[in-house]
Design a protein around this ligand. Structure first.
Ligand code: H53
Length: 833
């Protein structure tokens, strides 16, 4: 490897190499220096934000020193790297995580305190990095943490959106979206103005002959947009390995910026061109589990894939290895179908630019890519219209046609005479207009396809990709059940519980091997331990109650049972089932005698989550929850027995407060719709029980923690089709209790009934696609069991402890191990001791 500093000068260089702080004094030196110089503040105008900024820059320096060493080490070692392609990385805050991962949070706490700041106040100044919608984006963030912690040479690639997921305000019971401009001051990113890639759009494909007389397809004309790299360091826990998350930002290419126009006085025109280029990375699309087919989104996808691949190919070429070695150096994981164009782009680079034969190139492509599917719901499966692709990426469309042709020829050989099969598996859907089915393209272009929980992976194989299992055989399809990082979701979010666990299992080693939690099982009947456990849960509930008071003005009793459902608002996740159940509870309480009421366990029903801005039904659900809250919370007759809360702007940092405070949380999707869910894992790991359907990872959580420790209810995935059928043919009788709930809504108990008529009708008259009415009765009965169980606190706490002790399987470290072994075939590269 070349070095820019000549040998004789290297010693001088090394002598001055930055070291990064280790002690409290050094931390204070660095922090104050940054506040005074990098930020130009002083003793007299240093607020908490400045303290946050200074401390972050001090930590960033440390991380970047390790980042440099890690990257050098990985380059020297020359072994295979993983590239995780995801349009979303829902990172949340970085400072707290950096402090804990490098093991210097106590140093920082003492250091800041001596300078006059409380560490919690400093940490809470940070704006969440919210480059994601929900589960898919947060999974990617957990995976980065695990890959670094386990010393895998791994990079994330994504877009540097100027605006992340919108901020949600609840105004008069309605969701209002506010743009999330998060880049005002972001100490965690490094602009790399020297790392740029020109990305082409539009234009046309023309045939040219080269010197050997070979006909080549050449993509010409169109417009060029420049991708600029921004890097964010990803520290591992208790390791110096610091990986990279590379985000691409778009700007007008210098060649493209029209100086002619500019000089001719068309100032506005030239500025408009520039703005158009910047639009590509301007905003994260706010849809979760919904495909909208917008041109700008396709532009984002190609821009990001092309820039990332150019970067990877450039890195590979420096090794001077033959192309056939590419899959031994590079594993690319596609997080859902969003990066599927990367498959086509790599094939294009190899055949058009590098001159490989089609089959050799395709072999390389397939061995490079793995595809993770995250949904089987039709409305979420990506399709792009052929005319749009033709216009934006004409060369790629031709390559897609060629991939399809060769694939169909292969299928036809294997299954002669099955014309239906050819139509079913074709990448091109013969609709008006024709559409490219991205899940099929991703499947054909990858060597492994995985789902994210056992039930989901089975559904992938028996529904949307059934024919492909027949064609490729079952080995191409596999399961990697999702997981979460215990560093953020236990240690960071719930430090007291983490400390209590460490005191019992002997050390913090469980944060790196979560199966060690099983040692807790010895303490299930230990009185003192249980008391401490309960105290911690109570303190976490007090903290959440305080947050609720500060943000909504509603006082909730921390002794009440906290019942929480926080996640994106979606009909399939069935927040409507939850709120209908709450209304039922309210009506029941109203009808009770004073004596009966005394026996009731007080409840706080807590909701939170964002609705996609264009998803009207989801917004109606939010409005119903808020309207019910208005009535119930102001009903003196009910008092503490029931409170209904909507927590505004649910995000990663709020999740860190909410998750540890739950007694019971709701994971109640229609069976077969939630691919995995990951908040279910977070809640159980924090000592909360869950009520849920037999869906996604709930099933495996049950397998691990035992049926006695979870409240399962509702119909099974295998029955969904028949149940829907019954609704369509009017063979369905509405439950009496549910009918009363609808009558209350229609009677105007929660305000203008007209606001809720479409929501009610979707369940009563329009087929009840998500089977709310089918599961209502079983849901209400199961909540009654929850009430009963909560009364026996001793037994309840035992269930919680047992559950936590059995959650080892759900660490994202286990996921990464499985991906590495089964799909990527990569080895870790630990730092030298
Ligand atoms: O991905 C999570 C799953 C969850 C699933 C979610 C998801 C999105 O957030 C967005 C699009 C999509 O296709 C799937 O809904 O069940 O836990 C991570 O795998």
């Amino acid at each position: 490897v070349e070095s820019s500093i000549p040998e004789p000068q290297r010693d001088a260089w090394k002598k001055h190499s930055a070291q990064g702080f280790k002690t409290k004094e050094e931390f204070q030196d660095e922090t104050v220096r940054h506040i005074e110089t990098s930020l130009a503040r002083s003793l007299f105008n240093c607020d908490e934000l400045a303290a946050y900024s200074g401390a972050s820059l001090a930590f960033r320096d440390r991380l970047i020193i390790e980042w440099n060493k890690t990257q050098q080490r990985q380059t020297f070692a020359g072994q295979k790297r993983v590239y995780y392609f995801s349009l979303e990385f829902l990172m949340g805050r970085a400072l707290d995580n950096a402090m804990l991962n490098v093991g210097l949070k106590d140093v920082a706490r003492d250091g800041l305190s001596e300078l006059g700041f409380r560490i919690e106040d400093v940490i809470s100044q940070e704006h969440d990095a919210a480059l994601g919608n929900g589960g898919l984006g947060r999974l990617a963030a957990c995976f980065l943490d695990s890959m670094a912690t386990m010393n895998y040479p791994a990079w994330g690639y994504a877009l540097r959106y100027k605006y992340g997921i919108f901020k949600q305000e609840i105004v008069d019971g309605y969701q209002v979206e506010i743009p999330d401009y998060w880049l005002d001051f972001n100490p965690w990113e490094f602009p790399r103005h020297d790392i740029t890639v020109d990305i082409q759009f539009y234009g046309s494909v023309n045939k040219h002959q080269n010197e050997d007389g070979k006909t080549l397809s050449v993509w010409e004309g169109g417009e060029i947009v420049q991708a600029v790299a921004y890097d964010a360091p990803i520290p591992g826990y208790e390791t110096s390995t610091t990986n990279n998350l590379r985000l691409w930002s778009s700007k007008a290419s210098s060649g493209e910026f029209d100086f002619q126009k500019f000089n001719a006085g068309e100032y506005e025109g030239s500025v408009a061109d520039q703005q158009r280029a910047e639009t590509i990375s301007a905003v994260l699309y706010p849809n979760d589990n919904l495909d909208r087919g917008k041109e700008l989104r396709l532009k984002q996808q190609y821009f990001w894939c092309a820039a990332s691949l150019f970067d990877i190919v450039r890195r590979f070429k420096k090794t001077k290895k033959p192309w056939s070695a590419f899959p031994d150096q590079v594993a690319i994981q596609l997080n859902d179908t969003h990066p599927t164009l990367a498959i086509v782009e790599l094939q294009r680079i190899l055949i058009d630019l590098e001159g490989l034969e089609w089959d050799d190139a395709w072999h390389i492509v397939v061995n490079t890519f793995g595809y993770t599917n995250h949904t089987v719901m039709p409305e979420a499966l990506e399709k792009w219209s052929v005319p749009l692709l033709q216009h934006l990426l004409p060369r790629h469309l031709l390559i897609i046609y060629d991939i399809n042709m060769k694939f169909l020829q292969m299928v036809e050989k294997q299954f002669p005479k099955d014309r239906d099969l050819l139509g079913r598996v074709s990448i091109i859907e013969e609709s008006q207009p024709k559409m490219v089915r991205m899940a099929f393209l991703a499947t054909i272009g990858s060597h492994k396809v995985n789902g994210v929980a056992e039930l989901h992976s089975d559904l992938v194989k028996t529904t949307i990709l059934k024919d492909f299992v027949k064609i490729y055989g079952p080995d191409k399809f596999t399961n990697v059940t999702n997981g979460i990082t215990p560093r953020r979701w236990l240690h960071q979010a719930n430090p007291r519980l983490s400390e209590l666990i460490a005191s019992k299992v002997g050390s913090y080693e469980f944060l790196k091997d979560l199966t060690l939690l099983n040692k807790l099982e010895h303490y299930v009947d230990d009185k003192d331990f249980k008391k401490e456990w309960q105290d911690i849960k109570y303190a976490n509930k007090v903290r959440l109650a305080q947050h609720i008071m500060n943000t909504t003005g509603v006082k909730v009793n921390p002794k009440a049972l906290f019942d929480i459902q926080v996640k994106r608002i979606h009909e399939y996740k069935r927040q409507q089932l939850n709120i209908l159940g709450v209304i039922h509870r309210y009506l029941t309480i109203k009808a009770m005698s004073a004596e009966e009421r005394k026996k009731l366990a007080p409840r706080v029903s807590i909701f939170g989550g964002k609705a996609a801005p264009g998803y009207w039904m989801a917004k109606t659900i939010i409005h119903l929850v808020c309207s019910v809250g208005e009535v119930v919370n102001n009903d003196k007759d009910v008092g503490d027995l029931l409170k209904v809360i909507y927590i505004e702007d649910y995000n990663v940092s709020k999740a860190e407060i909410i998750t540890p405070a739950s007694d019971i949380s709701e994971h109640i999707s229609t069976a077969g719709t939630e691919a995995s869910g990951t908040s279910n894992m977070k809640f159980v790991l924090n000592g909360g029980l869950i009520i849920g359907t037999c869906d996604g990872a709930n099933i495996e959580i049950t397998r691990e923690i035992g049926e006695n420790n979870i409240f399962l209810f509702g119909n099974l995935a295998e029955d969904v089709e028949d149940l829907r059928h019954a609704h369509t043919y009017g063979k369905f009788q509405l439950d009496e209790d549910l009918k009363k709930v609808f009558d209350a809504i229609k009677g105007g108990l929660f305000g203008d009934a007209g606001h809720f008529s479409a929501l009610c009708n979707s369940i009563v008259d329009h087929g009840d696609y998500y089977l709310v009415s089918d599961d209502f009765n079983s849901y209400v009965k199961t909540h009654a069991l929850v009430d009963e169980a909560y009364k026996d606190q001793d037994e309840w706490v035992s269930k919680c402890i047992t559950s936590v002790s059995r959650m080892g399987f759900f660490s994202s470290d286990r996921c990464i191990q499985e991906y590495a072994d089964m799909i990527w075939n990569v080895e870790p590269l630990p730092p030298k001791p």
